[in-house]
Write a protein that binds this ligand. Structure first.
Ligand SMILES: [Zn+2]
Length: 318
């Protein structure tokens, strides 16, 4: 087996060098970076979705891929052919969003594709540019290859209704796309296609999972379980503050002014994503709750069906 290791790039333990692991700073040539004994991550266009490779003597397992620039699955296939004598046996799709699964049909000649059952439904409905899953599961699944075991978890709807996590307990690696980012950071630009309460619960579960030393996000470099807890703190605070304002009768414009999240100003991406986070959280909470009756005994006057976003009363000057 012509397996080559990438000297000097192996992370030992969970000590994360400041910035070194978090991101690839420029438009460097795509490459595979080793993050544990058997797990490699593609480093390519900054910010593009990660692709991960688990190497075993009997074959390779690819988790996710991206079509955004160099380092796409066509490149990855050539690189894996060059480095290893064994083929890709499994392709695992973390969820149906195309930026994480694009182009992975290049492995269909040797691999079976695995996903959550709902992922397959979205892929077929939307006509996603990817491999249509051959094998699907509902709650949990194990994949055994070359003496190594992966566990695939589904904890219900979180970011999308079909996001899974891929756990390799033996090497302490948890691949958790789009539910974490390195260090303290917002993990998502917005809460479109999200279930807020179960996202919060799942972040708590994943933060306490045993046998996890490294958490591999969907974008940028590895982190650890602390990032899951820190993101959970942010989502809880944002949900509660937006909800409190809505119960007090604030419009979306007022909420955007008042919910500043100053105590989370050290979180990555908050400067660019806070507005969309608030608007989409408001949208989630609008559908989550039913306001009380107004003074006239009719909540439809205060919150008319079909009112434009933020309107708090028909004819109101607010
Ligand atoms: Zn996504």
């Amino acid at each position: 087996m012509k397996q080559r290791l990438y000297s000097g790039l192996l992370i030992s333990g969970i000590a994360l060098g400041q910035g070194a692991l978090a991101q690839n700073s420029g438009n460097e040539a795509p490459r595979l970076v080793q993050i544990s004994d058997s797990v490699f991550r593609t480093v390519h266009r900054p910010g593009a979705a990660n692709s991960n490779v688990i190497v075993t003597d009997e074959g390779l397992i690819v988790v996710d891929g991206t079509c955004r620039g160099d380092g796409d699955p066509t490149w990855l296939k050539q690189e894996l052919d060059r480095l290893y004598d064994v083929p890709v046996k499994y392709v695992i799709l973390s969820h149906d969003h195309e930026d994480h699964i694009c182009g992975l049909q290049v492995f269909d000649d040797t691999a079976v594709t695995v996903s959550h059952a709902l992922t397959r439904e979205h892929i077929v409905r939307e006509g996603r540019n990817t491999s249509i899953p051959d094998i699907v599961f509902e709650e949990e699944m194990e994949i055994h290859l070359g003496g190594k075991k992966l566990i695939l978890y589904y904890f219900g709807p979180t970011h999308s209704n079909n996001l899974i996590q891929i756990h390799f307990p033996e090497e302490g690696v948890l691949i958790a796309p789009d539910i974490a980012r390195a260090e303290k950071s917002l993990a998502l630009p917005d809460f479109r296609d999200a279930n807020i309460d179960n996202l919060i619960d799942t972040l708590g579960v994943l933060s306490k999972l045993d046998d996890v030393e490294l958490v591999v996000p969907g974008h940028w470099g590895p982190t650890n379980q602390q990032s899951l807890l820190e993101y959970r703190d942010y989502v809880v605070a944002l949900r509660d503050r937006v909800l409190d304002e809505m119960m007090a009768g604030a419009s979306i414009e007022q909420i955007l002014e008042r919910v500043t999240m100053d105590d989370f100003s050290d979180y990555g991406n908050i400067d660019i994503w806070l507005r969309a986070n608030i608007v989409s959280m408001w949208d989630n909470m609008y559908r989550y709750r039913e306001p009380n009756l107004d003074d006239a005994g009719d909540y439809q006057t205060a919150y008319p069906i079909g009112a434009s976003v933020g309107v708090t009363g028909m004819g109101s000057n607010e």
